[in-house]
Design a protein around this ligand. Structure first.
Ligand SMILES: [Zn+2]
Length: 156
């Protein structure tokens, strides 16, 4: 379990450049939907973030849990449990498993990751992106969450 603020803080440990890259994504959520669920005391936000890098749109979902009156209140980025998901490959491969085991993945688990290159220090090895399996956010989810905060849909 982690809050949005905790997931955001982890990003700096996994790959500091993700936060910088997030600055290049135009700050706009397309087709934003806000869905309160009284039964599970949660609010689910979904929408699309446009990537200027490859001109694609990625589907983002971010849910907050532990909200007593989800139809009439806002989640907190620092208090409510946050689960998220992005359709980009980076999120799937770097955070898919880490978020799953941390209880921070929205929706079903991704198929298991099969590594195609050897682990360091073998020849031709590439470093692991997230060896400590810290749950976190891709740049689309960073922008998505920041936009929700800027527009007042999530309290800081
Ligand atoms: Zn993404």
């Amino acid at each position: 379990m982690a809050t949005f603020k905790e997931l955001l803080a982890n990003v700096g440990h996994v790959l500091p450049t993700i936060r910088r890259n997030a600055d290049y994504v135009p700050d706009k959520i397309y087709d934003l939907k806000v869905m309160p669920y009284v039964g599970t005391k949660s609010i689910l936000f979904s929408g699309f973030i446009h990537s200027a890098e490859n001109n694609k749109r990625y589907s983002c979902q971010m849910a907050f849990y532990g909200i007593d009156d989800p139809e009439n209140s806002f989640p907190s980025a620092s208090e409510n449990v946050c689960r998220c998901r992005c359709s980009c490959m980076f999120f799937r491969f770097v955070f898919g498993w880490a978020n799953k085991i941390a209880g921070a993945l929205q929706g079903a688990a991704f198929p298991p990751y099969v590594r195609k290159t050897p682990l360091p220090p073998a020849k031709g090895a590439r470093p692991q992106w997230n060896p400590a399996d810290l749950p976190g956010l891709c740049k689309h989810l960073i922008v998505f969450g920041n936009e929700l905060m800027m527009s007042g849909r999530i309290k800081p």
